[in-house]
Structure formats: structure tokens, C-alpha cells
Write a protein that binds this ligand. Structure first.
Ligand code: SAM
Length: 209
């Protein structure tokens, strides 16, 4: 399902954007992490940019266990290093969103941060999300999504080159519609403006009925 080779250059540069990430996305990550509790799974954890927030949630007693999957070995290695340096207990596994190695209803909460833009098959990924989440459980997401009009035309024009530079990232995914079609309910989100060609960031939660 996922190339074992991974993306070493992308992984190297990813953490260099750390301070921009903190300013722009940090408060969003913090709020979404605080919206989840119990047994939590982060899908596509990357280099572990959200790990400090999970550590806080564990310290508060809101999150009882953290599991993370990350299929890219270069990203995963960095995530493991970050977990060690934070002293964070996380079960970090090599698995793709489209085939999660967990029984049905294993988690109370799921987190997808900047990952549904990149998974090969978002429909399959969200079917898996629904399966591993317990009924009534919550999925938290922070994703850049497609815009409209001329912006969308640019996103489509740039899609190929962007995807090659961004390790498979797609500019024009309609993630809210995909969440709804997958069967998630109570979808609520806020929209932030991002610089072109990203344009739109949606941050919110959805529930498994
Ligand atoms: C833009 S990074 C975001 C990383 C992290 N979630 C964050 O917030 O910084 C996208 C991540 O999705 C991972 N990814 C790509 N395809 C995936 C898949 N099929 N299943 C799970 N993760 C995937 C990539 O390896 C990469 O680490």
C-alpha cells in the first residue's frame, strides 16, 4: 500500500518549518488534542510535531494511551527521536491509514493533522477511521483543502509539481465532503486562510454515529 522507500529529503526539511508551524498551527493542534480523550490514535504522525501536545494531554490525565502510525521510515525515525527526547510514551507503528493494524472500535479518539491531503486513498482511509473508532468516538482533523474559483484552477494546475515536491500532498482534496460521505456525523470546523496555493485550512471534529 505504501512505498517502503520513504522521503528522506522531505523528512529533513519538514522540521525546519517548525517555528512557522508553532505560530500558525500550534494553537490549532493544542485545541484539537484537548478535544480528545481516552485511547487515542494519531494517523500519519510525521516527525511528531504534535507529540508535545499529546504529552500535556497525558499529563493532565485526559489521554490514557497514545498510539501513532507513520508509514514513512524517515519521518517515523524523527518521530521516535522526538518521543524519546520528550520522555513521551507512544506506541509508534509503521502502517498506512488505509490499512490500520487494530481491531474494530479500538480507540476513543483519532487525530489526522495534515495527512488526509497525502494519503493515497482518502475514502479507504476514512472507512478505516470509522472502523477503529468506537461508536460515539471523535475524530479531530486539521487539513488544508481545496478552494473555489480561480484559486482552485491554480491548485489544479500546480497539483502535479506540488505533489512531487510535497511527498504526495494533493492541493485539491475536499476533505469535509469525504468525511461526510464516509459516514461521519456532527462535523464542525473552522476555516483559516492560508497563503496560496494552499488557501484554506479546516480545523474541527467529527463523530462516529
Ligand atoms: C505533511 S505530513 C504531516 C505530518 C504530521 N501529521 C504533522 O502534523 O506534522 C504528512 C504525513 O502523512 C504521512 N502519510 C503519507 N501517506 C500516508 C498514508 N497512506 N497513511 C498514513 N500516513 C501517511 C507522510 O509520511 C507524512 O508523515
Amino acid at each position: 500500500v505504501y512505498p517502503e522507500r520513504g522521503h528522506p529529503v522531505f523528512a529533513f526539511f519538514y522540521d525546519l518549518t517548525g517555528s512557522a508551524d508553532d505560530r500558525l498551527l500550534g494553537p490549532r493542534r493544542a485545541a484539537l488534542v484537548a478535544s480528545l480523550g481516552g485511547r487515542v490514535l494519531e494517523v500519519g504522525a510525521g516527525t511528531g510535531a504534535s507529540f508535545p501536545y499529546w504529552q500535556e494531554a497525558i499529563r493532565r490525565g485526559d489521554v490514557s494511551s497514545l498510539t501513532a502510525v507513520e508509514p514513512d521510515p524517515y519521518m517515523r525515525r524523527r518521530a521516535a527521536r522526538r518521543a524519546r527526547s520528550l520522555g513521551l510514551t507512544v506506541d509508534l507503528l509503521a502502517a498506512p491509514a488505509e490499512a490500520l493494524p487494530f481491531p474494530d472500535a479500538s480507540f476513543d479518539g483519532l487525530a489526522y493533522f495534515l495527512v488526509l491531503c497525502t494519503v493515497r486513498d482518502p475514502v479507504a482511509a476514512l472507512a478505516e477511521a470509522l472502523r477503529v473508532l468506537r461508536p460515539g468516538g471523535r475524530l479531530a482533523f486539521m487539513e488544508h483543502v481545496r478552494t473555489e474559483g480561480r484559486g482552485l484552477a491554480w491548485q489544479r494546475r500546480l497539483a502535479g509539481v506540488w505533489s512531487r515536491l510535497g511527498a504526495g500532498c494533493r492541493l485539491d482534496r475536499d476533505t469535509i465532503a469525504t468525511l461526510s460521505a464516509a459516514g461521519f456525523r456532527d462535523i464542525s470546523f473552522e476555516t483559516d486562510v492560508l497563503p496560496p496555493p494552499l488557501y484554506r485550512l479546516v480545523t474541527g471534529t467529527a463523530r462516529r454515529p
